[in-house]
Ligand binder design. Structure first.
Ligand SMILES: [Zn+2]
Ligand SMILES: [Zn+2]
Length: 152
């Protein structure tokens, strides 16, 4: 999302506001970020203030079903005037928004705290289908024999 700072770049204490929706993808997570805020020329530096409501669709860490969650993020960043002037007077705020959402993202998503996950043998979703697989800790006796029997 581009914000044209022409009205404020040389005018202290003036603001330009912005509003919109940005879509991101990060690993398996899809993020739709509703952003609104403003950029203010404060004593010659450009400050970006905003709020982001990010709707995140990501697979459950245990069963891989999609989960939906929402996080609210506050933005407060200072941008060097020289960085903006390299591109004229337009500031692209996508990286600022994305960076602020990422540091506030949960490190993993669960469809529910007590999600049972997938069976490690048959791959059944154990929340839906209780399969009849034996637990992993039953040892197959064949593996207890030495791999290379000693020669007599
Ligand atoms: Zn799950
Ligand atoms: Zn199973």
């Amino acid at each position: 999302m581009n914000v044209d700072l022409l009205p404020i770049i040389n005018n202290q204490n003036e603001k330009v506001s912005f509003e919109g929706v940005l879509d991101f993808q990060y690993d398996d997570a899809k993020i739709k970020a509703e952003v609104n805020g403003y950029v203010i020329n404060f004593a010659g530096s450009l400050e970006v203030y905003g709020t982001v409501c990010a709707k995140i669709t990501a697979p459950c860490a245990r069963c891989l079903e999609d989960t939906n969650s929402t996080i609210d993020v506050e933005i407060k960043e200072t941008v060097g005037k020289d960085e903006v002037e390299l591109d004229g007077t337009v500031l692209n705020i996508d990286d600022i928004v994305f960076g602020n959402v990422l540091i506030n993202m949960p490190s993993r998503f669960l469809c529910s705290e007590d999600c049972l996950g997938l069976c490690s043998k048959c791959g059944s979703n154990l929340n839906i289908n209780q399969c009849q697989c034996e637990p992993d800790d039953i040892i197959d006796e064949r593996f207890l024999k030495p791999k290379y029997p000693k020669k007599k």
